[in-house]
Design a binder for this molecule. Structure first.
Ligand SMILES: [Zn+2]
Length: 135
């Protein structure tokens, strides 16, 4: 018998609710229990959940949250710019003030929730060491 005939250990474990984990991560809560805080500081993930003890140190969000935020903010800002500039009523200095400011504020506001959602998805998919049993 080869090892291909046996299911992987992760396939034997019960599936985790992906949308619940993404939603909890987006809200900055532990994807396992929903009680503890996911972040200690702005983008600094707590090493473990203070409520349930889930090890959160091995997440690998890396650059994915930044790419997702860039995609969202780019579409929102460019879409809004295109719709407001259709009549060409605003002077250039207004455009030079509003759009960079809107880009900065939206990016900073979305980065933590999107990172939390990515970590929640990684937890739900048992990626990067999140494969422990659900006890
Ligand atoms: Zn927890």
């Amino acid at each position: 018998m080869t090892e291909l005939e046996f299911p992987a250990r992760q396939d034997l474990l019960p599936p985790r609710d992906r949308w619940r984990a993404i939603r909890l991560g987006f809200a900055g809560q532990c994807p396992h229990c929903g009680q503890g805080k996911l972040f200690g500081r702005y983008l600094k993930v707590n090493p473990s959940c203070a409520s349930c003890g889930e090890d959160l140190s091995h997440h690998r969000a890396d650059d994915l949250p930044a790419y997702i935020v860039l995609f969202i903010v780019g579409h929102v800002v460019i879409g809004t710019l295109m719709s407001t500039d259709a009549e060409g009523l605003w002077p250039l200095w207004v455009h030079m003030t509003i759009w960079p400011l809107m880009t900065l504020i939206l990016s900073l506001a979305l980065l933590q929730p999107v990172k939390g959602a990515v970590i929640g998805l990684q937890w739900a998919l048992r990626m990067h060491g999140f494969g422990g049993d659900d006890t």
